[in-house]
Design a binder for this molecule. Structure first.
Ligand code: SDX
Length: 429
């Protein structure tokens, strides 16, 4: 708590609210007593100025382009850590010791298989179903299989459900991909690390041995780290709101997947690559920059802009570096989409409109080029984002459930509809 208070004067009536100070970042005005004191609500569609919770997991400084997970900069975690180590950090708050790390890796690895009967869900989908549609359905259905980890009041069941989600998401995502391309499912291999296992489940075929490329596996692991958590973004807020009613974690994660799918959020990586393909050549860039600036044109530069970052998204910088590493490893000398992306970024970052509105590339701008080079179709891009973000959703859900002050989330509104009126029989309408 800070020693400051916030005073609000409305038509001569004044109200006072405590100001709370975090360890870093903006202070907050605790207005939870506003309605009981004043009979008024705050009004903040899109929550541009609203803190929904207290959290210790991730800190973002949008002006400085800083992202910390439990205090560790994303640059250091991406450089030195591996994804499961970051999962442990997000879940438990500290980097694991060697023994804790080995135990966590072992436990996750030994939960990667899904109930064999879940395979039948897939055959109900059309082969051309979008993999995100399949993910929404199959992950939500997990609560039909794992009844022994749906009691959220039991810490042991919460831990088991968390491990199951982290471990089984890559398996389900790979199954969605295999079903989409008409190839047989590939079972997880316990002798492989998380990212290698995922690549093998996606790209191995029964006809030949699949050799994991360690450079590509490291890139995949780093991409998972970059997407792991991001404060109270739309899908995380969806998971928290769903969880606040006591819904089981599988259902909450399915809700998060649904929200992530939107092109303004996690769906932007698929939309960004489709946009680069539509632009096609460097010569066409000015036309699209003009469209992005035209108020009457709904077109936006996908992969650009962010609610919080008014500086370069630190993840985008690391993603760009990873893109070059993957293209070099695959011997892709000149990727026309990368040329368009680099030139588009160069032009946008010198254009008055983008400078004034502080629009920079976000994590979705370069990820699509990398994922396409790794062999994924654009329809799988947001699925990969969901696989990585599962740990963020789970960690934030766990933090909410374990907060003794937690209550169901139930926003109010500004009502501008009809006042009360009487029913009119159809004969008189
Ligand atoms: C993710 O929240 C998170 O943390 C999300 C995420 C995570 O890890 O969870 O970081 C992942 O979702 C990244 C964002 C991916 N989305 C896109 O790349 C889609 C394109 N970007 C925009 O749709 C937009 O920038 C948002 C949705 C990301 C942010 O929207 P805001 O905060 O509501 O900002 P805004 O729409 O009010 O834009 C402010 C101004 C507007 O102009 P004015 O009305 O003030 O005149 O900037 C303009 C916008 O028109 N603008 C853009 C633009 N983004 C914003 N103009 C052109 N191209 C763009 N991409």
């Amino acid at each position: 708590m800070s020693d400051r208070t916030a005073k609000l004067d409305v038509g001569g009536e004044s109200f006072e609210f405590p100001v709370r100070r975090g360890t870093i970042g903006p202070d907050v005005m605790d207005i939870s007593s506003l309605y009981s004191q004043s009979g008024m609500f705050t009004y903040d569609p899109g929550y541009t100025s609203t803190g929904s919770c207290e959290s210790k997991i991730t800190y973002i400084d949008g002006d400085e382009g800083i992202l910390l997970h439990r205090g560790y900069p994303i640059e250091q975690l991406a450089e030195h850590g591996d994804f499961l180590e970051v999962c442990y950090l997000l879940l438990y708050g500290e980097l694991p010791t060697k023994a804790q790390n080995e135990d966590f890796h072992y436990r996750v690895t030994h939960h990667t298989m899904v109930h064999e009967q879940m395979n039948r869900f897939f055959t109900g989908f059309r082969r051309d179903a979008h993999p995100m549609a399949i993910m929404c359905g199959v992950v939500g259905a997990m609560s039909a299989f794992y009844h022994d980890s749906t009691d959220i009041s039991d810490p042991h069941q919460r831990m088991v459900a968390s491990l199951r989600m982290i471990a089984k998401m890559p398996t389900i995502a790979a199954m969605a991909f295999k079903y989409h391309v008409g190839q047989p499912f590939v079972y997880p291999q316990n002798n492989l690390d998380y990212a290698s296992n995922f690549l093998r489940m996606c790209f191995a075929v029964p006809c030949e041995e699949y050799q994991v490329n360690p450079v590509l596996a490291r890139a995949m692991d780093r991409i998972f780290i970059l997407h792991a958590d991001h404060e109270q973004n739309a899908s995380t807020s969806t998971v928290r709101l769903a969880g606040s009613s006591g819904a089981n974690p599988f259902a909450c994660i399915a809700a998060g997947i649904a929200c992530l799918w939107g092109p303004a959020h996690g769906g932007a990586n698929e939309a960004a690559l489709n946009m680069l393909a539509e632009i096609g050549t460097v010569e066409n860039i000015p036309e699209y920059i003009a469209r992005a600036k035209d108020k009457n044109d709904p077109f936006r530069l996908m992969g650009f802009g962010h609610r919080v970052y008014k500086n370069y998204d630190p993840r985008a910088k690391i993603m760009q570096k990873t893109t070059h590493e993957v293209l070099a490893e695959l011997g892709i000398k000149d990727d026309p989409m990368l040329d368009v992306a680099m030139e588009l970024e160069r032009i946008a970052l010198t254009d008055e409109y983008f400078i004034e509105k502080k629009l920079y590339p976000n994590i979705d701008f370069y990820s699509g080029i990398t994922l396409k080079a790794l062999g994924f179709p654009t329809t799988m891009f947001t699925v990969l984002f969901a696989v990585a973000r599962t740990i963020g959703w789970i960690a934030q859900w766990k933090e909410m459930i374990e907060d003794p002050r937690q209550k169901i989330g139930r926003p109010r509104q500004l009502y501008t509809g009809e006042t009360q009126r009487d029913y009119v029989p159809v004969a008189n309408r």
